[in-house]
Write a new protein. Structure first.
Lengths: 333, 287
């Protein structure tokens, strides 16, 4: 029943979908403009937020839309970052767009590998597999130091000017604009993906995999495809991070980053691209604010924030807000 | 031969410490279906309390262990009442987030109160030094950890298989609603097992402090290990948990001895292989 209701609402939402896409795009661009105008000295942070937003979007694809619980999603992000970095440092591919392609490829391959392993189990074993995977990736990158620089990080990435015109300046203006454009493109593409029949199939699998199987579709194949798409998106984020910071560290493959991205997603609300973006922005600004004020209490604050979200806003900030608005509308009629 | 022997002793001691800490997690997971990522944090609290009692108050080791176990239970009960109650029966993602939040808070507070340094728990003279077995000598503390693990396993086996409480516990694990309908007060069973689980975590944290040093990131660092052990063993199964601890303890210790530069690589590779082959755990009964 829930599936049918959701399908019906999704159908009516589909008609308004285009308007919403444009609205979402406008919101992203306006927020990006505000950020550019009001924090001109903090563009590095804003670019970092954009890269993490791509990671959280990609996590939303598998966790929010497919119901796969994972604490190892940074593996995809880090693979993208390392792929872009290695392409630049070891193969001399310093064109940002080619580095981006390398990142997408690396992320998608990591997504395929992680998907094959993680989708073998459900529930707690699935979580454990994802945790083991992220540690394995981390350990591997640490040991393959001739290629990855090990714990020193992969330094010396010097991207060429973007399409030969815009050099990556010290202020990070080019990187910021590059990031925002990437985020906008990815956002629109993902809106199309999640509304497509394939996206609906994935939601159906989250609701009831047995029924989907009975209908003649293969849940594992569909989820694996979604994992590869998710890996490509995370790879874009990783490549953006590599291009903008010009260094790739082991922290991009860490368990902490995976856990934090999950926190951001849940803070904003799973199963909605707007929720993923909201969560990232709120969390990253909160982090910047608190860790600047008192780095010692940062972890305590995140913990308290998490508990508060689970207790008081289980659908996340965006989900709860959307629910309140929907209720008001319902009452208005 | 020397190496094999020391690997075996270390692996056994490490596995037993893992067992003492994670058996509580296994029971709560099997019974209450709560993925409790904060379990390691309770072990850490136990270690801190014992360290404080033994070093700063100058109490004996036995007294420190007792204070640690009961102190941790006292700290954990309000957390269970206020926070855990609300996530029983919720989806796994919710439970994971709530319990990660709790561990982050505990880490932050421990960091604030005790500082970021390693805390040691001074051993009594009777546990220091090494015992001569005639052909080899091994550290007494290792023997102590192994004996503790065996004692806990034996006591738990007796409590669960032979006592009236054990019958109720098993009934509640198999079907909580039916057990409640038959007059078992499941909330009492839940509360007692949660307290026992936390107490065992604290006990393991103290006994294993030589192998898993107590520091603020203890909760995060070993959380994964405990979760892995429970998942590999199968939730709610004592023999499964014991087998998983010995197996993973053996793999981890052997890897560290023979290929120290590859650290945890083999450990996680083995975990992935085992979980893929036995998705329900070695002796799993999870649905």
């Amino acid at each position: 029943m829930a599936t049918m209701n959701e399908a019906a609402t999704a159908l009516s939402a589909g008609r308004r979908g285009l308007g919403r896409d444009l609205a979402g795009l406008a919101v992203i661009l306006v927020l990006a403009g505000i950020g550019y105008l009001f924090f001109p000295n903090n563009l590095a942070l804003l670019t970092r937020i954009t890269a993490i937003a791509l990671l959280v979007l990609s996590l939303d694809l598998v966790t929010g839309y497919c119901g796969v619980a994972t604490l190892g999603h940074a593996a995809l992000f880090g693979s993208g970052a390392y792929a872009a970095g290695i392409a630049a440092v070891h193969f001399g591919i310093t064109d940002p767009l080619l580095m981006l392609a390398a990142g997408i490829l690396g992320g998608a391959l990591a997504g395929l590998a992680c998907g094959v392993v993680i989708l073998r189990a459900h529930g707690l074993p699935q979580l454990v597999l994802s945790i083991a995977l992220i540690h394995l990736f981390h350990e591997f990158a640490n040991k393959a130091s001739p290629w990855t620089g090990g714990s020193d990080g992969l330094a010396g990435i010097a991207p060429d000017p973007l399409i030969g015109l815009f050099a990556f300046d010290l202020w990070g203006r080019t990187a910021y604009v590059f990031g925002v454009v990437l985020l906008a493109i990815v956002f629109v593409l993902l809106r199309l993906v999640v509304r497509s029949p394939f996206g609906m199939l994935c939601r159906g699998i989250r609701e009831d995999p047995i029924r989907i199987r009975a209908m003649g579709a293969s849940p594992t194949i569909a989820l694996l495809k979604m994992y590869v798409i998710s890996g490509a998106v995370a790879g874009v984020g990783g490549a953006l991070n590599a291009v903008s910071t010009q260094v790739v560290g082991l922290d991009s493959l860490s368990f902490t980053l995976s856990a934090e991205s999950l926190v951001m997603l849940v803070l904003g609300g799973t199963g909605s691209l707007f929720g993923a973006l909201t969560g990232t922005i709120v969390f990253m600004f909160f982090e910047d604010l608190v860790s600047a004020a008192n780095p010692f209490h940062w972890l305590t604050m995140v913990g308290a924030l998490l508990i508060a979200v689970v207790l008081f806003a289980p659908k996340g900030l965006y989900g709860t807000a959307a629910e309140i608005i929907a209720q008001r509308r319902g009452a208005g009629r | 031969m020397q190496t094999i022997f020391s690997i075996a002793v270390d692996a056994l001691a490490y596995g037993m410490v893992l067992f003492v800490i994670s058996i509580g997690l296994s029971v709560t997971l099997g019974l209450m279906r709560v993925v409790n990522l904060a379990h390691g944090a309770f072990a850490m609290i136990g270690g801190y309390i014992a360290s404080y009692a033994a070093r700063d108050l100058g109490l004996g080791y036995g007294a420190a262990v007792l204070i640690a176990v009961f102190g941790t239970i006292v700290i954990a009960i309000p957390i269970e009442r206020l926070l855990y109650r609300r996530i029983y029966g919720q989806p796994e993602l919710t439970q994971v987030l709530m319990t990660i939040g709790i561990s982050f808070c505990i880490i932050g507070i421990a960091n604030y109160v005790f500082g970021p340094t390693l805390k040691t728990i001074p051993l009594p003279p009777s546990l220091e030094g090494s015992a001569d077995l005639g052909f080899r000598s091994i550290a007494v503390h290792r023997i102590f950890a192994i004996v503790c693990g065996l004692a806990v396993a034996g006591a738990l086996w007796f409590a669960i298989e032979k006592t009236a409480f054990g019958v109720k516990l098993r009934a509640a694990v198999d079907n909580a609603a039916m057990a409640a309908a038959l007059g078992v007060r499941t909330e009492v069973v839940y509360a007692v097992s949660f307290a026992v689980a936390v107490g065992l975590a604290a006990f393991g944290g103290v006994v294993g402090a030589e192998l898993l040093p107590v520091e603020p990131y203890y909760a995060l660092r070993y959380m994964v290990t405990f979760l892995v052990v429970v998942s590999v063993g199968g939730a709610g199964s004592i023999p499964g948990a014991l087998a998983a601890c010995l197996l993973l303890g053996g793999i981890d210790t052997t890897g560290r001895y023979l290929m120290p530069e590859f650290g945890e690589f083999f450990f996680y590779l083995a975990v992935i292989a085992i979980v893929c082959v036995f998705p329900r755990g070695l002796a799993g009964r999870m649905k």
